[in-house]
Write a protein that binds this ligand. Structure first.
Ligand code: PRP
Ligand code: URA
Length: 207
């Protein structure tokens, strides 16, 4: 499955502000929140809905409702930056959590927390993380989601790169990737270049 790259000009303006090393945390947060909403709107364009009838104040008419429950899963920490904006669009969604920290020397994912509700087995699941670098964290997160019974998983990330996409697609070919950018590559420290730096540190102001 090819990743969906959200090329909307407004999305690319938010991304550019986030890439800028001079953008302070409070503005980085705002741009991530808004860009997250845009990625989510594109990711849900083909979402399954059921037809229903609704009674307006004047008469009955056709409407739709989501066919499946929805679960949003931010990968802690940086994934939290995408959560609030998306939740404002789907206030009935459940929020599950997966905590994974990349080892700073090996870049291997170190899982440290998970809270996945039973509804995940029948839900449309959206995994949220601004960065898809080596892909190790995403592969581990999807492994946990599937072990909990998830069947319909979409990964939303702001910046991705060919290595991360290849690794995630190989491990989980059924997972759709929606991103604002596919950058050139990883540097020697396995950071995405040009990228935007350390998303969690920039978002939380812990640089
Ligand atoms: C970052 C990012 C992803 C991961 C991507 O998180 O938010 O979760 O690295 O790298 P990968 O694709 O090579 O696994 P980090 O581990 O720095 O944790 P943080 O969000 O707590 O800062
Ligand atoms: N994590 C980040 O926050 N940024 C990268 O470029 C790679 C991993």
């Amino acid at each position: 499955m090819q990743p969906l790259v959200v090329s909307h000009p407004l999305a690319q303006c938010h991304l550019t502000e986030m890439r800028n090393a001079s953008t302070p945390s409070h503005r980085f947060r705002r741009h991530l929140n808004l860009l997250g909403r845009m990625l989510f709107l594109e990711a849900t364009r083909e979402l399954s809905v059921d037809a229903i009838r609704v009674q307006t104040p004047l008469q009955e008419t056709d409407g739709v409702t989501l066919a499946r429950p929805m679960v949003l899963v931010p990968i802690l920490r940086a994934g939290l930056g995408l959560l609030d904006g998306i939740l404002s669009l789907v206030p009935d969604a459940s929020v599950a959590h997966v905590g994974i920290k990349r080892n700073e020397e090996t870049a291997l994912p170190q899982p440290y927390y998970a809270n996945l509700p039973p509804v995940i087995t029948e839900a449309d699941v959206f995994l949220l993380d601004p960065m898809l670098a080596t892909g190790g964290s995403a592969v581990e997160a999807v492994r946990q989601l599937k072990a909990a019974g998830a069947k319909h998983v979409t990964m939303l990330c702001v910046v991705s790169c060919p290595q991360g996409i290849a690794t995630l697609s190989k491990a989980h070919p059924d997972v759709r990737i929606v991103t604002a950018a596919i950058d050139d590559s990883l540097n020697d420290c396995r950071y995405i270049v040009p990228g935007l730096g350390d998303a969690g540190d920039r978002y939380f102001g812990t640089l």
